[in-house]
Design a protein around this ligand. Structure first.
Ligand code: CA
Length: 247
């Protein structure tokens, strides 16, 4: 049986970046449709019904923000936004307006592929079946198996055992649930409000400082000190993301 070939629409007016994206994704088995023009991008979306959109922000005739709004009116296909380096406000604006993830230019090839795969794994079935609307609190895939060993930390989610360098580490139930929530939404940005609902099970979702300080404690206990390489990444003004190890 032939596997479904995913179609990716890349709306990008920088020809070098567009070429890199096309080569990379085609080599990985995707069908790629690309255009450097905003309006044309919307037309291609209607014609091709892609499974995922990779979107630049600054585009001729129609900017990325407007495209996100238009797409969200008619589709829940995942949108990955490419933003300029260090443009924190672009990231936040993109995620708030309905993009599913972002990547900062310049990006690594492996990173782009990993994001695309994660988004399609998450959304694929619904996107292809044209299923119902997504909800931000939809359950994510659990980590592979119920035991993982990543970034020097072993976690057994059934036994609630966490080891660092082979030695057990005591986590509070909240710290454990926070770790589990972040790891099971690997690669996704979760806002403090989402984390309060998912890990604290607090429907009011107030008090982002609770999240901030629990993240700090968790990082310290796991030896995941903050800094650019910490597995629990802080996206100032938006939230937190667990970075799976790059292989
Ligand atoms: Ca551009």
């Amino acid at each position: 049986m032939a596997e479904h070939q995913y179609c990716v629409l890349n709306i990008e007016d920088d020809e070098d970046i567009a070429r890199v994206v096309r080569t990379l994704l085609e080599r990985a088995g995707y069908r790629v449709v690309s255009t450097g023009d905003g309006r044309e991008g919307l037309r291609r979306f209607h014609d091709e019904r892609p499974d995922l959109v990779i979107l630049d922000v600054g585009l001729p005739t129609l900017d990325g923000w407007t495209i996100i709004e238009r797409l969200r009116d008619l589709s829940s296909a995942p949108i990955l936004v490419l933003t300029a380096r260090d443009s924190e406000s672009d990231k936040v604006r993109g995620l708030r307006s309905g993009a599913d993830d972002y990547l900062t230019k310049p990006f690594g090839n492996a990173e782009l592929l990993a994001r695309v795969e994660a988004l399609l794994r998450r959304e694929g079935r619904r996107a292809r079946n044209g299923g119902g609307p997504r909800h931000e609190d939809d359950p994510a895939d659990p980590p592979a198996g119920r035991r993982v060993a990543e970034h020097g930390v072993e976690v057994d989610f059934d036994l609630h055992v966490v080891k660092v360098g082979g030695r057990p580490v005591e986590l509070t139930p909240t710290e454990f649930r926070l770790l589990e929530t972040l790891m099971s939404h690997r690669g996704q940005v979760l806002s403090p409000e989402q984390l309060l609902r998912l890990a604290w099970r607090d429907p009011t979702a107030t008090g982002p400082d609770r999240v901030k300080f629990t993240v700090l404690r968790l990082r310290r206990k796991l030896g995941w000190e903050s800094g650019p390489d910490t597995p629990i990444e802080t996206l100032r003004g938006f939230g937190y993301r667990y970075r799976p190890p790059t292989g």
